[in-house]
Design a protein around this ligand. Structure first.
Ligand SMILES: Nc1nc2c(ncn2[C@@H]2O[C@H](COP(=O)(O)OP(=O)(O)OP(=O)(O)O)[C@@H](O)[C@H]2O)c(=O)[nH]1
Ligand SMILES: [Mg+2]
Ligand SMILES: [Zn+2]
Length: 277
């Protein structure tokens, strides 16, 4: 039979096939380390084959992701460098990044406007898990999707709102900050809308290093908002730090977001130092 690995808990794998869920113990024949949530597999009493993956994230371990919802909220204050790295990471791994502004019940217009301005090249959804305003997100779930976003932005709350019942654990923001711990640990896929979505903890995906994957020269090619401006740079090797640079001109003319550019320089410097996490 063919199926999709929707949950992994120690050596137990839950596999969905034709609307049934089969739980297999992958001890013995199957190398436990080699099968991930999101894997498409063939199985009978055990998993006999893992199909070639489109991509694989290591932390959290998740395979074959089609879309990544980057969740932002007014609180906790967004870390836009992380968001920009996440967008690059998605582009590198053939994943569509989508911005979700959650907690719109407390967001002010300026906050939303700035995000819409900075990320005009992406789909941006506005939700409130608190008010049950999550239909725009549900409609976007297709294939295998995952959340990324700082702890307490409301990822688990969004899943619960879409499911219509409480399935995943929700943490109290103040306690989280005190303990510095995340509420969500086990990776599992929930069947919602036309696909699946993984509840994942915090921004742990950003333990990823961009260093091994891109060079300083390549960095700006992962900025869709810089494409036009780059044509005006004097040198093809321009890193957009100084000199006769189209990107700098666009920033000065307000055609590229200052924040995006500032954070581009930060990531560029991290790549130079080879310490980009
Ligand atoms: N006002 C408001 N609060 C929300 C909303 N969504 C979630 N919260 C609150 O934000 C806090 C954190 O929610 P979680 O769903 O646990 O956050 P998370 O992103 O899953 O956090 P981790 O699992 O630690 O990564 C809880 O107190 C929620 O009640 C929302 O739309 N509006
Ligand atoms: Mg959570
Ligand atoms: Zn330039």
């Amino acid at each position: 039979m063919q199926g999709l690995v929707i949950k992994k808990n120690a050596t137990l794998f839950s596999i969905e096939s034709n609307n049934h869920i089969y739980v297999l113990n992958a001890m013995g024949k199957n190398k436990e380390g080699g099968i991930f949530v999101g894997d498409k597999v063939e199985f009978n009493e055990s998993i006999t084959k893992v199909y070639t993956r489109k991509n694989l994230l290591i932390r959290p371990p998740l395979a074959n992701i089609d879309k990544m919802f980057l969740v932002i909220a007014l609180k906790p204050k967004p870390d836009f460098v992380l968001i920009d790295k996440m967008i690059i990471y998605c582009m590198l791994n053939n994943i569509e990044p989508i911005i979700v502004i959650n907690k719109c019940d407390i967001a002010d217009n300026l906050f939303i406007k700035e995000i819409e301005n900075d990320y005009f090249f992406l789909t941006i959804l506005k939700t409130s898990a608190k008010d049950g305003d999550t239909s725009s997100l549900k409609e976007q779930i297709y294939g295998i999707c995952a959340f990324a976003g700082q702890s307490a932005v409301g990822k688990s709350s969004l899943i619960n709102s879409m499911l219509g019942y409480q399935e995943t654990s929700i943490g109290d923001i103040s306690k989280k900050i005190e303990r510095g711990k995340q509420t969500t640990r086990i990776v599992s896929l929930y069947k919602i809308g036309n696909g699946y979505i993984a509840d994942t903890a915090g921004f742990s995906m950003l333990d990823l290093s961009l260093v091994s994957k891109i060079t300083t020269r390549e960095l700006s090619s992962y900025y869709p908002d810089f494409i036009k401006a780059r044509e005006e740079c004097k040198y093809r090797s321009c890193l957009h730090e100084s000199g006769e640079c189209g990107v700098i001109n666009y920033v000065n003319n307000g055609k590229i977001s200052c924040r995006r550019y500032r954070n581009y320089l930060k990531i560029l410097n991290e790549l130079k130092d080879k310490t980009c996490y």
